[in-house]
Design a protein around this ligand. Structure first.
Ligand code: TXA
Ligand code: MG
Length: 314
């Protein structure tokens, strides 16, 4: 059910869950001061309790009592990328942030979304916890229709249109005194490196991020972004036999029965904003198996798309 800003403020303040737009993907939000609503977020999403939530703020003021320390480089990152698609992991103020939000960790992921309605909303309420507004494992939601697909007509959704970015925020944490990417996302490694002046993503070895016992980003161990269809990723040019193709504008897939187009590979931002809608439409069209064109360079924003497709296929 689509609602407006005032209705959203009312509902969040009185302990209800509301789906909210951001520039990355829709979030399933609850006020940080409403433990019942936070529990409901986990239940609605069928989210494992060991997977922590991101806190969304609207002003730097709101950050102050959520954390105990500002690691070196955080101010530069906030200045460069907030409001925007970068989540920073900070040491958490454990008395202010309920353990359920942190999944028991001593840290907290925080970002300031770049969406005017949602910034107004957060200014009028308290900071909001919000995981992506999809059932666990499913592709994220980039418009209200996707949220309705997963949660039905009764869930209140702050009407905010289509997400401009279309993939989740990049998440960074401090390891051995330096910021490191633990989830690729809408802000590229290259952009972060320009601000920090050092490498933030070890292209050869991401095992620490995906460590099964003590992951730097707990969510990474779960299946993600996946439609029901089986995806066959292929980095070779199309050779003509698969029937259903997920591919790019301006490329020929002769003989394919149906082509789902992600946009132009030379315009990664358009591919980002189409990605989840395409993965979701495979399901709405009842596709069982699709061949996916991954014949592209995995640099900058395309690295995030490549990684999401890999996860969706795994
Ligand atoms: O763009 C986004 O980040 C969207 C919008 C709604 O803001 N949110 C989002 O939330 O993608 P979610 O819950 O789907 O993904 C958050 C990821 C999870 O993989 C979780 O494990 C990780 O962030 N995370 C949260 N808190 C963390 C922490 N303290 N340490 C490490 N990873 C954390
Ligand atoms: Mg998610």
């Amino acid at each position: 059910m689509l609602i407006n800003l005032d209705e959203s403020i009312e509902l969040l303040k009185s302990g209800h869950v509301v789906a909210i737009p951001t520039e990355t993907v829709y979030g399933l939000a609850a006020s940080i001061t409403s433990p019942k609503a936070i529990e409901q977020v986990f239940q609605l999403k069928k989210r494992p309790a060991d997977n922590p939530l991101i806190v969304h703020i609207a002003t730097n003021e709101q950050l102050r009592d959520l954390i105990t320390e500002m690691p070196e480089g955080s101010e530069e990152l906030m200045r460069a990328f907030w409001p925007g698609a970068l989540t920073l992991i900070f040491p958490a103020n454990m008395t202010r942030i309920p353990a359920i939000v942190r999944a028991g960790l001593p840290t907290i992921g925080i970002r300031m979304p770049r969406h005017s309605l949602t910034l107004e909303l957060i200014k009028a309420t308290d900071p909001l916890v919000a995981p992506s507004a999809n059932l666990s494992g499913r592709p994220s939601s980039t418009c209200p229709e996707h949220v309705i697909e997963d949660f039905g007509e009764n869930l209140p959704i702050l009407a905010g249109g289509v997400c401009s970015q279309g993939v989740e925020s990049t998440i960074v944490t401090v390891k051995e005194g330096r910021w490191k990417i633990v989830r690729l996302g809408a802000v590229s490694a290259e952009a972060l490196q320009r601000v920090l002046g050092y490498e933030v993503w070890n292209f050869q070895d991401d095992t620490a991020v995906f460590d099964k016992d003590k992951p730097l980003c707990p969510g990474q161990k779960y299946r993600h972004y996946a439609p029901s269809a089986r995806l066959i990723l292929d980095s070779m040019p199309y050779a003509g036999s698969p029937k259903i193709v997920v591919g790019f504008d301006g490329r020929d897939y002769p003989g394919a029965e149906k082509i789902f187009r992600l946009g132009n590979v030379n315009s990664p931002n358009s591919v980002e904003s189409n990605l989840y809608a395409v993965l979701r439409s495979l399901d709405t069209e009842g596709i069982k198996e699709a061949w996916v064109d991954i014949n592209f360079d995995h640099h900058g924003p395309l690295r995030t798309i490549y990684e999401r497709l890999k996860k969706a296929a795994s």
